[in-house]
Ligand binder design. Structure first.
Ligand SMILES: Nc1nc2c(ncn2[C@@H]2O[C@H](COP(=O)(O)OP(=O)(O)OP(=O)(O)O)[C@@H](O)[C@H]2O)c(=O)[nH]1
Ligand SMILES: [Mg+2]
Length: 162
């Protein structure tokens, strides 16, 4: 059976991971610093240090094997590109997310998109968790990775147990 639906976020410190998960799950979150890998319902939050400090890469890589899709976040207002070719070690499909579009210039957004491409990401969305810009497009992009075979499996189980 394929993995259950689970969305994992990876990105540098303060790139907006916890805030985005709050918006995607319709929960008001207090944006306190994420201290450890946090499995919460359909979502997996990670601390920014796990991308910023190579010592932690193995934790991200092994956790990604439990995700249906990984969102790789980049804050365009900072020059913090993800490591080149990083996506090749992640064990799930990756969608790039340029965050904080409400604060960034178009040049900064282009630079962030380029850094995502350099890390091997093929598709990316530009969003703001504050204004809501781009969130519907991000949701529909993520949905493409929902494991329908898992849902079919569950359906079959439900039918056979009736
Ligand atoms: N203007 C604006 N601010 C944002 C946006 N997303 C997040 N922020 C702010 O950016 C700061 C960091 O957000 P977090 O969601 O805590 O960032 P994080 O990536 O989870 O950070 P760590 O847990 O430290 O790795 C907070 O002050 C948020 O309110 C956005 O889209 N626009
Ligand atoms: Mg966080």
């Amino acid at each position: 059976m394929s993995r259950p639906w689970r969305v994992m976020v990876i990105g540098s410190v303060d790139s907006g991971k916890t805030t985005l998960l709050g918006v995607l799950s319709d929960k008001a979150v207090r944006t306190v610093k994420t201290e450890s890998i946090d499995f919460c319902g359909d979502f997996v939050d990670t601390p920014g240090e796990f991308l910023d400090i190579p010592l932690h890469y193995n934790s991200l890589i092994s956790t990604s094997s439990k995700a249906s899709v990984v969102l790789l976040l980049v804050d365009p207002t900072r020059n913090c590109p993800p490591p080149p070719t990083f996506s090749s070690v992640i064990c799930a499909p990756i969608v790039g997310v340029v965050t904080k579009s409400d604060l960034a210039s178009s040049e900064q957004i282009e630079r962030a998109k380029k850094s995502l491409r350099r890390s091997g990401v093929r598709e990316s969305c530009v969003i703001s968790s504050v204004t809501g810009e781009g969130l519907e497009f991000l949701k529909s992009t993520m949905e493409r990775y929902r494991p329908t075979s898992y849902e079919d499996g569950k359906l079959k189980q439900e039918v056979s147990s009736e």
